[in-house]
Write a protein that binds this ligand. Sequence first.
Ligand SMILES: [Zn+2]
Length: 183
Amino acid sequence: MTWARRRLYSVRKGLEGMKMTTQPKEGPGTGGGQEVTHRARRLCCSIAAAAALLLACSGAGVAGASGSTPRGLVILQGTLGALPGNQPTLITTAKRFKLAGQSAYILRTLQDKRLLNQQLQLIGMVGPDGDFVVQKLFAVHNGKLYRIQYYCSVCNITYVQPGHCYCCGRETKLQEVPVSSAH
Ligand SMILES: [Zn+2]
C-alpha cells in the first residue's frame, strides 16, 4: 500500500513538475499545449496502470483465499432415453436419471429423436425435484466428446437447438463437432 501511494505521489509530483517546465516551451499557438496534454495523458496511463496493478494484486489475494470454487457439478455418462410425454432420461450403469435442461434449447436438444439411444456425456446437477438439470451435453463416440449443434447447409447458419432454419424454413441437420483437445 505504502509503495503504491508513494508511487502515485511521485507521479503526481511529476505532473506538476512537467507543467512548470513545459509551459514556457517555444512555439506559438497550440503546439506546446498539445505536447503537454500528450505527455499528461501518458502519465495518466501510468497512474491507471499502477491502479490496475494494485487491483490485480488484491484480486489475486482473494482468489487465492477461496480457491477454485467447486460448484457441485456432476458429470454423467450414459444412454439417452425418453419417457412417455417426451421427458428425456439418461440410463447410466447406476440408475436412470430423469433429465431437465437448464435452458430451453438444452431440453429441446435432449428431446431430439435423432439422439435417442446415443451415448451422451452430461454436465449438470440434481435439482430440488430430483431431476438431473443438464447444463452442458456432449455426444460420445469411441470415448471422444462431440459438441452437438444444428446446421442449415443452404444458408450456412448454425443453430444450438433442433428445428427449422429461420432463414429458408428447411429442417436443420444434426451436427457433431469434435471437441478440440485444447478445450
Ligand atoms: Zn436455411
